[in-house]
Design a protein around this ligand. Sequence first.
Ligand code: GLP
Length: 241
Amino acid sequence: MKLMLTKDYDELSKCGADLIMAQINAKQDSVLGLATGSSPLGCYQELIQRCQNNLVTFKYVSSLNLDEYIGLSPEHQQSYRYFMNHHFFNQININQNHTYLPNGVHPNLEQACIEYETKIDQVGPPDIQILGIGANGHIGFNEPGSSFSSYTHIVKLAHSTRQANARFFRSIDEVPTHAITMGISSILKSKKIILMASGQQKAEAIKRLLDGEKNEQFPASSLFDHPDVTLIVDKEAYELV
Ligand code: GLP
């Protein structure tokens, strides 16, 4: 695991954008594994600017997102599809037919999981996967206790995860109770992985990760099984190490 220590969120976002831009400039039809949440948001903003300045093109790029809430349609403002369209895809020159997320409103959700795993294999695996990390060590929506050999599946969200994500909803009651997520084994299919963590609220998780113990109770520790992981952390997230 490579470690890049940055002074703040801004520098972290630029570092992430540098790695993604280098990937696309080396291979124009790269497949990106993308994540939602605050961690990659600055990186997306940086990439939007670079795309607008013709430093990178997304014309031939495809993307596969990690996860989606169950029960929220693509038009729902808190769905991850809406997040991705609004914060990234609508502002770059990507072909939106080549952007994929799990279908959280599929009439047969088990089927939706199978279809998404097939999609990962057909389109991907991603050349580069971006990850955030939950305070409890979750990656995607793989909560503590998730099997490291899991593929795309339905998860019941931990109460702490719903609480952390309630800031985007009117109240915690509106936060979905379930989601579809790529499994740990699906995530590990990616050729490269970048995990970004910023701020004090991630410090405990980063300390635990760097302690190095592999344990299904701490999903991010599955990354030790991958040969090409870069951890980009800012000072605050690193302060307990
Ligand atoms: C969410 C997402 C994850 C994300 C994590 C951290 O629940 N499902 O993919 O990485 O929580 O989010 P943030 O980056 O906003 O701290």
